[in-house]
Design a protein around this ligand. Sequence first.
Ligand code: CIR
Length: 260
Amino acid sequence: FRFTHALLREPVDSIVDGLRAVDTGAPDVALFRAQHAAYRDALEAAGLATTVLGPLQEFPDSVFVEDAALCLPEGAVVMRPGAPTRLGEAVMIEPALREAFDEVRHLPSLGDHGHGRIEGGDVLVTDREILVGRSARTNGAGIEALREVVRDWGYTVRELATPPEVLHFKTDCGLLDGETILTTRRLAAGGHLDGYRLIHVAEGEEAAANAVRVNDVVLLPAGYPRTAELLNQAGYRVVALPNSEAAKVDGGMSCLSLRY
Ligand code: CIR
């Protein structure tokens, strides 16, 4: 959770066509841009140098850069998004990864696993392992391919399940420090996070789980005061950011940037 840089991508007008599980109306593009700018400011205030990549009009969801890559201290890995409309985003992000990292890796095609799919939103890197939630976007073959590609960097990859009603694994959890995870009860219910210190979001505030720890602060979507209070009591410094527009297309604090 200690980072020096972040990559973001400018939101596009076509964000109104962004994928969403439940249609609660299209995002207001101007407000989306304002919230995105505030998010960038918060990353900078947390000490990160930010780079905002140019808009990709043909990819409505491209503002959610986290799904297209995985950034590790050793290098970056280009993901292979499971949403067909998002597959091309991985290709488009590679030049920026090459600028930022000495090493950029691709997921191998492994025999029968050639069609592996994996999105960064399903990947949580902790101090001891990489947790990946199988989901509608991430399959076993994609997880296997990630396991192969990071093995010689010394990482262990553990496959977990994402609850069926949840888009991404990290929709329902976020790293607070190397040993502590903020999570919903439904995600933790399987017991697979046992061994970590868990902080549960307040009842009815499930959307607060997609928080992201950046250096000394935790970026939390605004509007979840009881979870913010729980985090304050646990000693975390919370910065609450308005996220109403990204939320309409199932996006949150982690998806909007790649931190490294
Ligand atoms: C999608 O459904 O792919 C986008 N509308 C939202 C992606 C959010 N990304 C994330 O949680 N990592």
